[in-house]
Design a protein around this ligand. Structure first.
Ligand code: PLP
Length: 456
């Protein structure tokens, strides 16, 4: 019977979703609103100074369950979607597990990750508004790459602030962005006021996503015809990423597969939010149950060791505040190899779901992550991104638990991207020089102690 399930469950072009699913509409406890420094709720007008108008609407919309995907965006999706849902037959065999493992592969585009799903939407709305260009930050470089592809498609200027450690470790990523016409600046830089302040406060810093966000926001608010766009964290990004979960749901339905466990890596939370959206909706409506696991690096454990509080989304403290699980906006993680997971906070919607125990979270060490990445690459063929490999590691561990108990669980995980630009990290692993960065409580307390005190 199971032999009838193909290695790859493909969907047709018509099955690309026509609407995004807004999980917030089904949440009884809504995520807390974005607020200003004085504690007042951010108005539409205030947010529109930083973000594009349509995206502000989406950010504030927690009532409409379905939001139409404009044809302009859907046409672009057709170039690289639907993404395949793959049955990991070879991995199952290698692990000798009775579990069935499935993964949704989002790496089949030049940017190499799921980030293109939101980049194209954000560029579309910027163009629609008649803007000249957008600014953004990028960690590992996937978001910057995705956005530069999207901006070149719509003929928009694109200014990328790239976390310095990645800028240096990944020169080829930088060149992909420039090939698509973006300008790329290592962050923190001397080109902005916040960058100069951060450099003074933390001389020689490797940078962090939080620093780069500050710089990009500052530039957007000072340049005429520019807005800032963000590749993760915000609820609008989670909304765009729901195409991942919706396609997965359609594919599973074709073969009558009921998933038990859903696993995703969590940096700012966008791929996880997108993958789980329709399934978490079923939980919230009381229709079904799933064990949903967020996997984060032990060097940046926002869920598992963070605090649920209002905090800035950036180190320079110029963004609105979001209520989320956070390590404090001053927290600068050790220079681990999963650039895309080095963010101090977490998507507000996922934070609420975690707080309400709809999802759970675990943290893993990067040495374990790379061991699992290599094991996966050798049997499944795809060379995974280090970020995605956090999900692989827990999927393998869950499958091995099934081996002990004899349970034939259906395990699903998000394979968010490929690791071709992460070969410096793989080199460290292959040379045996990759190490873990144990994180002491006192380091977390140092930045958490500086959280803004806001009652909400
Ligand atoms: C950016 C990125 C992530 C993490 O971002 P989320 O917003 O948490 O999804 C994970 N995997 C890859 C490949 C990425 O590029």
């Amino acid at each position: 019977m199971n032999n009838e399930i193909p290695y790859k469950i493909y969907l047709s072009e018509q099955e690309i979703p026509k609407q995004w699913y807004n999980l917030r509409a089904d949440m009884k406890n809504k995520p807390a609103p974005l607020i200003n420094e004085d504690g007042s709720i951010c108005s539409k007008e205030e947010l529109s100074k930083v973000f594009c108008d349509d995206l502000v609407e989406q950010e504030l919309n927690d009532t409409d369950a379905f939001i139409d995907i404009p044809d302009g965006i859907r046409d672009f999706y057709k170039m690289y979607r639907p993404a395949p849902l793959i049955r990991a037959y070879c991995l199952e065999k290698k692990l000798q597990t009775p579990a069935h493992i499935y993964y949704k592969f989002e790496g089949n585009n030049t940017s190499g990750s799921h980030k293109l799903n939101s980049a194209i939407a954000q560029a579309y709305y910027a163009k629609k508004q008649g803007l000249k260009g957008v600014t953004t930050e990028t960690g590992a470089g996937q978001w910057g790459t995705a956005l530069s592809m999207a901006c070149s498609y719509y003929d928009l200027a694109c200014k990328v602030y790239m976390v310095k450690v990645s800028y240096e470790q990944k020169p080829y990523r930088r060149e992909v962005m420039r090939t698509y016409g973006a300008s790329v600046t290592p962050s923190p830089s001397e080109t902005t006021k916040t960058g100069r302040e951060i450099l003074k406060k933390f001389p020689g810093t490797n940078g962090s996503l939080g620093c780069a966000v500050s710089e990009a926001v500052e530039v957007a608010s000072e340049l005429d015809g520019y807005r800032y766009v963000l590749g993760s964290v915000l609820n609008q990004v989670a909304l765009h990423q729901s195409v991942i979960g919706l396609e997965t749901q359609t594919a599973l339905k074709k073969y009558g597969i009921k998933i038990d466990t859903i696993i995703g890596c969590a940096g700012g939370g966008s791929n996880l939010a997108g993958l789980i959206a329709p399934f978490a909706g079923e939980i919230l409506r009381g229709e079904n149950n799933y064990d949903i696991i967020a996997v984060e690096p032990s060097s940046c454990p926002s869920f598992t060791r963070g605090t649920y509080a209002y905090d800035y989304c950036d180190t320079g403290r110029i963004t609105p505040l979001a209520k989320m699980y956070t390590l404090g906006s001053d927290f600068i993680p050790a220079p681990g190899h999963s650039g895309g997971l080095r963010f101090h906070g977490m998507n507000p919607m996922l934070s609420q779901l975690y707080h309400d125990k709809i999802i759970r979270a675990v943290s893993v060490n990067q040495t374990d992550v790379f061991k699992s990445a290599v094991e996966f690459a050798r049997v499944e063929g795809i060379l995974p991104a280090p970020e995605s490999s956090h999900a692989i590691d827990i999927a393998i561990k869950e499958a091995l638990k099934c081996k002990e108990t004899g349970e034939a669980k259906n395990i699903l995980f998000g394979l968010t991207g490929t690791g071709y630009f992460d070969m410096a990290a793989y080199q460290n692993y292959n040379d045996g020089t990759l190490k873990d960065f144990p994180l002491e409580d006192k380091e977390i307390n140092k930045s958490v102690d500086k959280l803004p005190i806001i009652e909400a």
